[in-house]
Design a protein around this ligand. Structure first.
Ligand SMILES: C[S@@+](CC[C@H](N)C(=O)[O-])C[C@H]1O[C@@H](n2cnc3c(N)ncnc32)[C@H](O)[C@@H]1O
Length: 424
């Protein structure tokens, strides 16, 4: 079956709050699928509750499993034969396309000759972001700007010079040097954006491309409190936040009676992606995962305790060794004595089988990554509406360029005074 493009399922009449509520209830209803980590739990509760779905993923070939990893809509459609509510996936994650035409993106992208020190993907991401936020009508402040790649990309389209805040002095000085060399009207400043005494310039358009967790939330909160005319944010690493459980920032979402209560670890799932590492590194990771799972089986057997035992990160040299060496190292780290005559081949084969199973259970778990990400970002959108902004939320580039391709673009509705925040 050919699935319709996600953007065509988007319903413009639906409010952000309404979509957030639907996602919240849907995620809550399916919590058993995404909360347990398959690496730690060989038999998650859902496999017992829905043996047909468990059987369906268990029977997938490796190639089909790989194909479905990149096609969550297809997987949701297949899984909905056993759990009809999963059929709502495509609607729940549908968003408008904020990306522009190829020509507009090309015009907004820094030419390669000027993109010194700028990884290819970063150049294209910055160009797509710059195109999606055109036209620019206020001075721009680039939040957590690194070397100012986005600042330099936006500068030719900006009515005044672009300022950038970044706390890494080396990046600031490299960025300023690049801007001077190419005559870009960009000025980067060494600044901790989390500093309590930070005074934001007024009447500025705050932009942030992939500022992590609390950093982008700080711009949303501080910027809206000051009533900045526009905030354009592509968020990432939602789980990078201070201590404690994850806190919703909008008053309406936070006071919803059935709001999900999530830990930082739950939130991490939103950004867990299949790593596009070189083949050699992928193979090493596969092998070590297999060893870890083999050791997990072995330790459960030895301790006569069916519980996962976290093993710390291993020294890189171990990757060149074998399963037995890994087990001896892990056992020593966990204070376990390995009896003589251990059948390491048996546990190695056990690890290989578990890895197959983990892959298939993760396939189901990963179906909930984008819904979880949207649950977080819709909260930002509702918050900004509460602060007097008109908000656009959509995708500014294709997932293949970056999976963190959401853009929250909030324009202050003129005449609305800044709303005092009820929550810190
Ligand atoms: C993921 S990078 C994104 C950089 C840039 N926006 C880009 O897309 O190329 C996040 C940046 O935030 C900076 N950063 C982290 N904490 C910060 C803080 N408290 N104040 C200012 N910058 C910070 C880091 O040094 C890093 O350059």
């Amino acid at each position: 079956m050919t699935l319709p493009p996600a953007a065509s399922l988007f319903d413009p009449a639906e409010t952000f709050y309404n979509r957030w509520q639907q996602l919240n209830d849907w995620l809550l209803q399916h919590q058993a699928f995404w909360q347990p980590a398959p690496f730690m739990e060989p038999e998650p509760e859902w496999t017992l509750q829905y043996p047909q779905l468990a059987g369906m993923v268990a029977d997938l070939s490796d190639a089909h499993c790989r194909a479905l990893e990149d096609a969550p809509e297809k997987l949701a459609e297949l899984a909905s034969r056993h759990i009809p509510a999963l059929g709502r996936y495509a609607h729940l994650v549908a968003l408008p396309e904020l990306s522009r035409s190829e020509t507009e993106i090309e015009t907004a992208t820094l030419p390669e000759v000027k993109a010194v020190d700028m990884p290819g993907r970063k150049r294209l991401q910055s160009g797509a972001f710059a195109a999606a936020v055109q036209p620019l009508s206020q001075p721009v402040l680039d939040w957590c700007c690194g070397k100012g790649h986005l600042s330099r990309t936006l500068a030719p389209h900006c009515p005044e010079s672009v300022e950038g805040y970044e706390w890494n002095a080396e990046l600031v000085s490299d960025g300023n040097r690049l801007a001077a060399r190419y005559g870009d009207p960009v000025s980067l400043h060494c600044q901790d954006v989390m500093a309590d005494n930070l005074v934001l310039p007024e009447n500025t358009h705050g932009v942030a491309l992939h500022a992590c967790g609390d950093l982008h939330r700080q711009l949303i909160k501080r910027g809206s409190k000051l009533g900045l005319p526009r905030l354009s944010i592509s968020p990432c690493c939602y789980h990078l936040t201070g201590e404690g459980p994850y806190r919703l920032i909008s008053g309406r979402t936070a006071s919803y009676a059935g709001a999900l209560a999530l830990s930082r670890n739950d939130i991490r799932l939103a950004v867990r992606e299949t790593v596009t590492a070189p083949a050699r590194v992928r193979e090493q990771n596969r092998l070590v995962s297999q060893w870890r799972l083999g050791f997990d089986g072995l330790q459960r057997y030895l301790r006569k305790c069916d519980e996962y035992l976290p093993v710390p990160s291993h020294p890189p040299r171990l990757v060149n060794g074998d399963f037995e060496t890994f087990c001896r190292w892990a056992a020593q780290k966990k204070g376990l004595t390995l009896p003589s005559g251990m059948d390491f081949n048996h546990w190695s084969a056990f690890g290989a089988r578990r890895l197959q199973q983990v892959r298939r259970h993760e396939l189901v778990r990963h179906l909930f990554r984008r819904p979880l990400e949207l649950w977080i970002v819709l909260d930002y959108a509702v918050f900004l509406e509460e602060q007097g902004y008109r908000v656009r939320l959509g995708q500014f580039c294709d997932r293949s360029l970056t999976p963190r391709n959401l853009l929250v673009d909030a324009v202050r509705v003129s005449g609305t005074p800044p709303v005092p925040h009820s929550r810190p």
